[in-house]
Every structure is written in structure tokens, then in C-alpha cells.
Design a protein around this ligand. Structure first.
Ligand code: SAM
Length: 262
């Protein structure tokens, strides 16, 4: 079976290995890479994503939430969600599973958890090496909130990943995806394409000495389905998709998609 890695045609197994290689090679300067790629804007998008979800155990209730952050990498979203729950709802009980296919990214996440957060070795957070397409260590109907940020475009089979998200969520559970997407405005798109196709790989080379990984990232963004099409895939997985199903961020450079398992 063949698929694509950037614009190369490769076997699905090969693609998994190539994607793994990309993230292993960027793991240690991953945050820097994110800042370069998005010129720092990814921080604002992530904060908006977390505030929009507004998740946490409400005061006066006693059912902690089970969060799952897939392709959680270095933990930005996971720590952000727990911090939000704590600061807004005084929720110090909800739990977080960070799942990622890449052990180097997970190690970086664990290191950050110990050194940069108040969660340390808290039993509330676990790091699991898992392919998001299958999540075979995660039980059916077991999670309240499934998040994935800048991860799903790397999946070989995106629909399988969405079907799995539906499987692991409890009824009433929420799926939320933050991902690079497509700019509709043609003027903005021209600027953006120029930036991402010529400047980004060059910057990747200069700053991280890793042109190929950056080239892959740009191409993976290009090939990712458009907003409406992706919303259709979320629906196809079984989710109820409220409204038009997505919110564009920065002219559609990124988008948030939401689905609810009814
Ligand atoms: N969510 C983090 C963030 O927003 O900073 C990390 C995003 S990083 C660009 C993409 C992550 O997806 C990497 O950590 C990579 O290892 C992970 N990934 C790629 N394919 C995956 C798969 N099939 N299953 C789980 N994780 C995957």
C-alpha cells in the first residue's frame, strides 16, 4: 500500500518511519521550530483553543474529567488544559493522558513536565507511546475530552484517527482539533504561500540546520484537507458537528474543528 510523504510516493510503513524521523530530529528544538514556523502565533492559537474549550470540572460537581491529548508531543496543550481547569474552576483532579507515536517527543514532554510545570511526577498525568490512528491502549468510551493540535495531518490514515477519536470518547465527549489549514483570501494566500514555500525551509536550514524536516512540514500542511472537507470527515466518524464545524484562525492559516459524540 502506498501513500505520500511530502510529494514522494512511499509505502505506509515507510511514511510512518519518515514521520518519526522528522519529529525525532526536531524534538529538542521543537519549541523553537514552532515559533519559527508560525512566527510565534502558535502560542496565541493554542491559548485561544484552550479558552474556547473551557474544559474543567465545574465547582460543586465531583466528576473529574479524563483528558486525552493525542500527538501531544512536548505537552503544550496538555499542560495548558490542566492549568486552565485549575485556574478557572479550581479543578485539581481531572486527569491527562498525553499520547504520541514518537518516544523522543514524549521524553521532551516529560522533561518539560518535571522542569517547567507544577505537575512534576503527578499521577494525574501519564505519557503513552501510541499511534493515534489506533490508540490500542485506550479503552472505548473512556475519555471526556480528546484534543489534537498540529498532529493529525501527520497521520497516514486521517479518517482512521477520527474514527478512533470517536471510539475512545464517552457519549457527550468532545473532540477538538487545532491544525494548520487553508487560507481563503487570495491576496493573503499569495503572501502565505511565498512565505511557507521559500522562506520557511530556508529558515529551517539556517536555524536548525534541517531543511528537509521543514520542507516536509510545509508540504504536509499543503496536502491537508480544506476546512469543509475535514469537517465532513469529522461527521463521517460519527460526530455531531455544531454550526459550520470549524473556526478559522489568522485567515485560515490554522483552524479549529469541533465534534461532539452524542
Ligand atoms: N501537539 C503538540 C503541539 O501542538 O505542540 C505537538 C505537535 S507536533 C507538530 C506533531 C506531533 O504528532 C509529533 O509529536 C509527532 O510525533 C506526532 N505524531 C505524528 N504522527 C502520529 C501518529 N500517527 N500518532 C500519534 N502521534 C503522531
Amino acid at each position: 500500500e502506498t501513500t505520500h510523504f511530502g510529494y514522494q510516493t512511499v509505502s505506509t510503513r515507510e511514511k510512518e518511519n519518515l514521520v518519526r524521523g522528522v519529529f525525532s530530529s526536531v524534538a529538542s528544538n521543537y519549541d523553537l521550530m514552532n515559533d519559527i514556523m508560525s512566527m510565534g502565533v502558535h502560542r496565541l492559537w493554542k491559548t485561544h483553543f484552550i479558552n474556547k474549550l473551557d474544559a474543567g470540572m465545574r465547582p460543586g460537581t465531583d466528576r473529574p474529567l479524563a483528558f486525552l491529548d493525542v500527538a501531544g508531543g512536548t505537552g503544550d496543550i496538555a499542560f495548558g488544559l490542566l492549568d486552565h481547569a485549575k485556574h478557572k474552576f479550581q479543578d485539581t483532579q481531572s486527569t491527562m493522558t498525553v499520547a504520541d507515536i514518537n518516544p523522543d517527543m514524549l521524553m521532551e514532554g516529560e522533561r518539560r513536565c518535571l522542569t517547567q510545570t507544577s505537575y512534576g511526577r503527578s499521577p494525574r498525568i501519564e505519557f503513552l507511546e501510541q499511534n493515534g490512528e489506533t490508540l490500542d491502549k485506550i479503552e472505548d468510551n473512556s475519555k471526556d475530552v480528546y484534543t489534537i493540535a498540529f498532529g493529525i495531518r501527520n497521520f497516514t490514515d486521517i479518517q482512521a484517527g477520527l474514527n478512533t477519536a470517536y471510539r475512545v470518547l464517552k457519549p457527550g465527549g468532545v473532540f477538538a482539533c487545532l491544525e494548520f489549514s487553508h487560507v481563503d483570501n487570495s491576496l493573503v494566500d499569495t503572501v502565505y504561500q511565498t512565505y511557507s514555500f521559500s522562506l520557511l525551509p530556508l529558515m529551517g536550514q539556517l536555524v536548525a540546520n534541517d531543511r528537509d524536516s521543514y520542507q516536509y512540514l510545509v508540504e504536509s500542511i499543503r496536502k491537508f484537507p480544506k476546512q469543509e472537507e475535514f469537517a465532513g470527515m469529522v461527521r463521517k466518524a460519527g460526530f455531531y458537528v455544531p454550526g459550520k464545524g470549524y473556526e478559522d484562525l489568522t485567515f485560515g492559516v490554522a483552524a479549529i474543528h469541533i465534534g461532539v459524540k452524542l
